[in-house]
Design a protein around this ligand. Structure first.
Ligand code: UDP
Length: 342
């Protein structure tokens, strides 16, 4: 029986794209997801894309008994990719205990399972939020972390620290944290993509929903930042490129190419785009007449951040490939599919 990769949160946005790339690379996948922020139908679409239906277990990984039972049943797991987490910044301010309980307990339960059941590797979804507003741009992996702006961001920093400490005393176990910049876009098939519940917080889903007629107009949060056009700058990474970074990280661990048993990498494009540039690119690529207005800044937003990708390119051997235009087109294709538009 071939070894399996456990993908937690595998029916979610980044998780589902990663399952596709893993299966396309020949890995056998089992997904664990409690479906609190995703739909079971995602499995059908993964199967349509890859021809393979991944194994699936529905439960909450912050439950230590259920997580232990899972490892007891699935005895062939070689590595874990851990996506399952709460991720809404604003909500985390309102519900800090829920965020700490869920995001931290899930990691603790998985690490406990790794140790007890001899699962050697973990790739963890971290975030560039751990850098806060950096003093110097672009950010390298040597850029110091800053105190988190939200409980959500703090769970990412705490989880990184937990893995670092865990790896120190468990020399035969390995973790890689991938610090994502802003994941956007969808699979080129239009069959999987981001499916936010309620009003989207993130820029691109808000844009595509506005373009599809679900929202009146886009609010651009602030045009008085210290940037060329006054709107905030981010590094927008294509979700399929990001998914491929996880396959590269898994192979690095399995093939024992790592430099130490706890590593972290930036996963971005190395290019910063302003909100206004992104909006204009979307209009240009899709031909949609998108309504937008400038409003005040959103609390907690930083002014600008983008990645230095040198270390990821050379040491991890991964590079983003897709252009912003291709990525925005894929996001629009997905939104149209979901809404039945043409
Ligand atoms: N943004 C915006 N309008 C929106 C949503 C987001 O102007 O409706 C801006 C936001 O202020 C930030 C950028 O778009 O400068 C990216 O925001 P997002 O929430 O997608 O990601 P974040 O960088 O906050 O994680």
């Amino acid at each position: 029986m071939s070894k399996q990769i456990l993908v937690t949160g595998g029916t979610g946005y980044i998780g589902s794209h990663t399952v596709v790339e893993l299966q396309n690379s020949g890995f056998d996948v089992v997904i664990v997801d409690d479906l609190s922020n995703s739909q079971i139908e995602v499995l059908d679409n993964i199967e349509k894309i890859t021809g393979i239906r991944p194994a699936f277990e529905k439960f909450d990984l912050s439950d230590s008994v259920l997580t232990d039972q899972f490892f007891n049943k699935y005895t062939n797991i070689e590595a874990i990719i851990h996506f399952a987490a709460f991720k809404a910044v604003g909500e985390s301010v309102q519900k800090p205990l829920e965020y700490y309980r869920n995001n931290i307990n899930s990691l603790l339960n998985l690490l406990t399972g790794m140790k007890k059941y001899g699962v050697k590797h973990m790739v963890f979804s971290s975030s560039c939020t751990v850098y806060g507003q950096p003093d110097k741009l672009p950010v390298t992996e040597a850029t110091p972390r800053k105190e988190a702006e939200s409980p959500y961001g703090n769970t990412k920093a705490i989880c990184e620290d937990i893995m670092r400490d865990f790896c120190k005393t468990n020399e035969d176990l390995n973790c890689i944290a991938l610090r994502y910049f802003n994941p956007i876009g969808a699979h080129e098939s239009g069959l999987i993509g981001e499916f936010p519940v309620g009003v989207p917080n993130n820029l691109v889903p808000f844009i595509t929903q506005t373009a599809a007629g679900l929202r009146e107009e886009l609010s651009i949060f602030g045009d008085d930042y210290d940037t060329p056009d006054g709107t905030a700058i981010r590094d927008y990474i294509n979700v399929v490129d990001l998914a491929k970074a996880h396959v590269v990280a898994i192979n690095r661990l399995i093939e024992d190419k790592k430099k130490s048993n706890y590593e972290f990498f930036n996963v971005g494009t190395g290019e910063g785009y302003s909100v206004m540039q992104l909006v204009k690119a979307f209009i240009e690529v899709t031909g949609v007449d998108l309504k937008y207005k400038i409003v005040g800044r959103r609390g907690g937003d930083i002014e600008k951040i983008w990645a230095d990708t040198t270390y990821g390119n050379t040491e991890l051997g991964w590079k983003s490939e897709k252009t912003l235009e291709e990525t925005l087109a894929s996001a629009w294709k997905w939104e149209k599919n979901v809404r039945g538009l043409n």
